[in-house]
Design a protein around this ligand. Structure first.
Ligand code: GFB
Length: 313
């Protein structure tokens, strides 16, 4: 197993204010490293000149690229240009500047939605680019595929230690709790909470409730990222997940229980289902010594408590 020593390294987390970036910063802050972050006024990741000059000045030794335009199924469908173009710009700027500044290791974060719509389950890393993409998130998926290919290209042409990881659906503190643009965990936490407070009889859940999703707490993702920085150095991307999935209807029931909502659930079949299922095959990351630790029920409870404590609703 590869051993890359993070001790005393200067590590730049791009996207430190987001759910993923902030979780990675919390985990890195427990290590004897020097953490580099920059707010938008200091570093605009969409702007090539801004990225090049910031990198030249700050010279990180390691980069975690967690900055991206993200959102749930409705946001992906509504803002195709932002999801394609902004993500391409951010990753091109950061990855090119990483090469120019001789960054020793870069971790690029993709998403399980890069895999084909009809991929066999569980989804192995080698299923990438073997079939058509899911329509609702094709813009985001194309950008993320380009990002992982760019990392592979730098490894092939220049020998850079740039790796890519593909996390499954994530949730946790600092998620976006917008009622329309969020992913399903934050959307349902908000909706069930508001229904409980208002005394509603029922709550609407999008789609048929039949799709299956795998959910990983972002603190687990952060521990996986640190593990990969230390122990993974290959051309091929690596999946990060729990390896277990649940139907959206069972998930909605679990959220309703965690929130303490006693009414019923109504399905809005005018809203899209998206991919039927996307459970990741996580044997590769398990084999190099990492496993998810946070159960879905514990993770949802702590996320709800975090949202209450932070006046999110
Ligand atoms: O989380 P979500 O938006 O992302 O939706 P995807 C997951 C499932 O939950 C879909 C259903 O079947 C939705 O129809 N759902 C039910 C809801 N109620 C709701 C609700 O109130 N809000 C939302 N958002 N969904 C994402 C991609 O797809 O996967 C992202 O769009 C990202 O780009 C992520 O890659 C991993 O799993 O469908």
């Amino acid at each position: 197993m590869v051993d890359f020593d993070l001790i005393n390294k200067s590590i730049f987390v791009a996207g430190h204010n987001g759910m993923v970036g902030s979780a990675i910063c919390r985990a890195l802050n427990k290590l004897p490293i020097s953490l580099l972050v920059a707010d938008k006024e200091e570093l605009d990741l969409i702007d090539e000149f801004s990225v090049k000059s910031w990198m030249n000045k700050n010279k990180p030794e390691v980069i975690v690229l967690a900055a991206a335009r993200v959102g749930g199924i409705y946001a992906n469908n509504s803002y195709p240009v932002d999801f394609l173009l902004n993500n391409l710009k951010i990753q091109n700027n950061v990855i090119e500047a990483a090469y120019e500044n001789k960054v020793e290791k870069l971790l690029f974060l993709g998403s399980s939605c890069i895999y084909p719509k009809w991929a066999g389950q569980p989804i192995k890393e080698e299923y990438l680019l073997t079939g058509e993409l899911e329509q609702t998130n094709q813009w985001y998926a194309i950008a993320k595929i380009a990002g992982l290919k760019l990392c592979q290209a730098y490894r092939k042409q220049y020998g850079c230690d740039f790796i890519s990881a593909m996390p499954t659906n994530l949730y946790g503190p600092n998620d976006n709790f917008h009622p329309l643009f969020s992913h399903v965990p934050a959307a349902l936490i908000r909706r069930f909470h508001e229904a409980k407070l208002s005394g509603y009889d029922n709550v609407g859940v999008w789609g048929t409730g039949n799709p299956r999703r795998e959910f990983l707490h972002v603190n687990d993702l952060a521990s996986a990222c640190i593990h990969l920085l230390k122990h993974y150095s290959e051309l091929e991307p690596i999946n990060i997940g729990t390896g277990e999935d649940i139907s959206i209807s069972s998930f909605a029931e679990l959220v309703s229980k965690v929130i303490g909502f006693n009414g019923s659930i109504v399905y809005d079949t005018k809203m899209p289902d998206g991919m039927k299922e996307k459970r990741l095959d996580v044997r590769k990351i398990n084999k190099i010594g990492w496993k998810a630790a946070i159960t879905l029920s514990d993770g949802l409870t702590s996320t709800y408590n975090w949202a209450l404590a932070n006046d999110i609703f």
